[in-house]
Design a protein around this ligand. Sequence first.
Ligand code: NDP
Ligand code: OAA
Length: 442
Amino acid sequence: MAMAELTTPKTTSPFLDSSSQLRLSSKLHLSNQFRHLLLPPLHATPSSKISCSVSQNNQAPVAVQDNGSVKTKKECYGVFCLTYDLKAEEETKSWKKMISIAVSGAAGMISNHLLFKLASGAVFGPDQPIALKLLGSERSIQALEGVAMELEDSLFPLLREVDIGTDPYEVFQDVEWALLIGAKPRGPGMERAALLDINGQIFAEQGKALNAVASPNVKVLVVGNPCNTNALICLKNAPNIPAKNFHALTRLDENRAKCQLALKAGVFYDKVSNMTIWGNHSTTQVPDFLNARINGLPVKEVITDHKWLEEGFTESVQKRGGLLIQKWGRSSAASTAVSIVDAIKSLVTPTPEGDWFSTGVYTNGNPYGIAEDLVFSMPCRSKGDGDYELVKDVEIDDYLRKRIAKSEAELLAEKQCVAHLTGDGIAFCDLGPVDTMLPGEV
Ligand SMILES: NC(=O)C1=CN([C@@H]2O[C@H](COP(=O)(O)OP(=O)(O)OC[C@H]3O[C@@H](n4cnc5c(N)ncnc54)[C@H](OP(=O)(O)O)[C@@H]3O)[C@@H](O)[C@H]2O)C=CC1
Ligand SMILES: O=C([O-])CC(=O)C(=O)O
């Protein structure tokens, strides 16, 4: 267990309650987990309006009362002095109850973009205070501390707590959302089976931890690759959480597909709707141009180059990730974070009439004949309550059926590779070289 100490300025703000004072006392023990309390508790509202300004000679910031008198808070530092903006505190009265969001791989590239969007209110809304629970490992604990510092320095009014830790059983305690990003990327010469096994272990462990300590209705979004099968492993290890609550991120693929169709049609991408990604987040994924729409019209009516749709378009979406790695030297991070935001927003806001979104979900009674007991990307709608329903009347022609079957076969093979992690017996791994590739790899 990592043990380190973080020295924190002593804070004796009159506006913090006694438990908060304790958490901010002069030394915080950084073991598996420690807490940065960024703001005073909700409803800890002082009675007169105060704003803060930082004095120029490195002395404690000065609290200014609205009757003009000035009070120096001698032992008050940084963010903890700057939180008593009563205007913001008044707003808290109409805020919703705080929610807890766990993020794994929180010191990684994707998280570095995502956390600041979450904290800003751009994801859950401007009236939703949040607590961030950041999961790392012993190798990243220092980096996580840096992440927490940057979050502090951003002064997000909605960000009420940041915890960091290395033990999922602590970090996932009571969380309502778990965004599982941390996973080992494949290295050169590595077999997919080895990656499935290494990352699979992470998601088996995290599934167990979620099962034990998370909110019983926690929503889980698996991003770490191979995300479909990792999501399956995770949900199999969390039998007390509804399987329906687990998602694999295929929203990036949906966004990429919309972008390509918009470019070809010469329209802005907000004109593209009803975009389904079927199957696995891999080169076998099927971006569905048959049912997608541009300006409300079937894509095939707007883009008459059907050969491009079947070949150029499909391949460009399947291989977009790899092309990006070639150009950028690393896998997509910013656009992935944006797609995570989109995926969550699609669950917490009602889906526009007639439209749908793609997400990898547990196959359990689906109307498309996809094998049961997989995590498979399909078209879904939400009422905005965090839940979703499958869209059940999407047309599937022979072209789609054949390709969907290929992605299904790949997921069934991946599932066999991780049988030891899902409780399905002895693993047997037989993945062909091409089918082991992530998007864009050849
Ligand atoms: N589904 C999708 O659309 C996409 C998925 N991805 C996937 O998301 C994942 C994260 O990507 P990104 O943030 O760019 O990666 P980074 O390498 O920047 O960060 C990933 C984090 O995962 C953790 N990690 C790495 N190896 C291991 C391991 N062996 N065991 C446990 N944790 C490990 C590390 O955190 P720590 O040391 O704290 O554990 C690391 O900080 C990758 O698997 C990537 O393939 C990426 C893009 C799109
Ligand atoms: O291939 C990767 O590791 C990144 C990825 O999933 C993508 O960009 O779609």
